[in-house]
Design a protein around this ligand. Sequence first.
Ligand code: SME
Length: 138
Amino acid sequence: SNTNNTVDERLLAVCEILEKHVDYYNWVGFYFKNGDKNELKLGPYVGAPTDHTIIPFGKGICGQVAVSNENFVVPDVAAQDNYIACSITVKAEIVVPLFVNGENVGQIDIDSNTPDPFTTEDERFLEFVCEEVAKILV
Ligand code: SME
């Protein structure tokens, strides 16, 4: 049953729902701070496998969000100098931090193959998703 699902299964289900129901969400995954190391570790995701399973704080869009605690919306990945490319099909990215008890513990990361698709509506929606996900992490 659903209630017996592990946290990772539930996080994967969130990724699957988002990727399935929003046509411009093409890669959806979670990164989490990796213990007391200054790096992120890839968690559940859907989409093309990525080599970037570990991302140092400050590196790429994800690593910047790990230290800024702020959403990062990238309308055009080609215009970013601190960006880690995972797939040549990706045109845009949004990363929203995930807070548990006020602490930035990780993030949801979404790549789009559509240029400049993300609006403030996506930000508010993904903040809501992260708040709901936080409840299953405590
Ligand atoms: N593009 C991200 C790396 C993770 S992949 O999108 C899955 C970044 O620049 O941090």
